[in-house]
Design a protein around this ligand. Structure first.
Ligand SMILES: [Zn+2]
Length: 319
């Protein structure tokens, strides 16, 4: 057997082993095809055997393997590519030809854009969710407590988006009075979300952002500093934004203003976290969404939802 063929067999074996653990056949077939390999996945391979094989061959420790298991699919794909590219397999004389196949993969420097929607659920949430579904894009919803619309929380979660804490009441005069009034407000919201979705979330966005000054009227000039300290200590992770869609600058903003604001600001960023609103009068936000998704895609972005391990975007980091 030519060494070239040996190499291809090794690669197929690695990918089959990887696939048998994670059993996401669509993604794994996609990876295999990128490597020019055809793949038949055995769904019921022994996970322990496959895991041991990966541990011995691709990663140096059980810890590394366990971390890999927790990655989302995009990270797994990137990591798997890196591992395969780093395999030191001797290939002669076909080495150059075969390695060319392996290294022609897209660079592992995917840029992610994070679409975020504050203040829902509203009359517009269904339209937003339908659009995201059509494009296969995940987003993050910083929600309020809206009695009667709890089914929307469930749909957000069921369709793979991130549900996150914004406020129960969004009443600045109540939530920003004291640290405890803020903590009570989000604890109540977290309970409501848990009850209706089974999900506990530690992701947070402060009404008005972490640098808002409206809160000073109610809780004093240091209220946000004290609230931030308390939420950090309680294990919450808060996100501000670095792209403002301007959909809150008017009651109902022009659609084109929203599209241009998002694309212009995102074009110079590596990790745009985009502020948009999901509320009754923001009808042009869902209308702008298809052009935003298509435009960001053209700018080279993929889409992700926020997680507690996403690098944070916080105003105070830039102080
Ligand atoms: Zn808000």
């Amino acid at each position: 057997m030519k060494r070239h063929n040996v190499f291809v067999c090794v690669m197929m074996f690695l990918i089959v082993m990887y696939s048998s653990i994670f059993a996401d056949t669509a993604i794994d077939n996609e990876i295999a095809l990128e490597y020019g390999l055809e793949l038949t996945i055995e769904e019921n391979d022994e996970p322990a055997v496959a895991g041991e094989f990966i541990t011995n061959t691709l990663v140096s420790s059980i810890d590394e393997y366990e971390i890999f298991q927790q990655y989302d699919l995009n990270q797994r794909k990137l990591t798997l590519r890196e591992w395969i590219n780093s395999l030191d397999i001797e290939l002669e004389p076909e080495k150059e030809e075969v390695m060319a196949v392996v290294t022609e993969q897209p660079a592992a420097d995917t840029k992610y854009a994070y679409l975020t929607f504050d203040d829902g659920p509203s009359d517009n949430t269904v339209m937003i969710l339908d659009c995201l579904q059509e494009y296969g894009v995940k987003a993050t919803f910083f929600v309020l407590e809206v009695p009667g619309r709890e089914d929307v929380y469930k749909r957000i979660v069921d369709e793979g988006h991130a549900i996150a804490l914004h406020s129960s009441t969004h009443e600045y005069s109540e939530i920003y009075l004291t640290v405890d009034s803020y903590l009570d407000d989000i604890a109540n919201l977290a309970d409501v979300i848990l009850e209706h979705t089974g999900v506990t979330t530690s992701l947070l966005r402060f009404p008005g952002g972490s640098n808002n000054t409206i809160s000073h009227r109610y809780g004093g000039t240091d209220i946000m500093d004290r609230i931030i300290e308390a939420t950090n200590a309680a294990g919450y992770v808060y996100f501000d934004w670095n792209v403002d869609s301007l959909d809150a600058s008017k009651v109902t903003q022009d659609k084109d203003v929203i599209v241009n604001a998002v694309l212009d600001q995102s074009s110079v960023l590596k990790q745009p976290v985009i502020l948009m609103h999901d509320s009754k009068y923001k009808t042009t936000t869902p209308e702008a969404l298809p052009e935003i998704i298509e435009g960001l895609t053209q700018l080279g972005f993929s889409f992700e939802k926020l997680t507690p391990t996403t690098p944070v975007v916080q105003f105070n980091l830039n102080k």
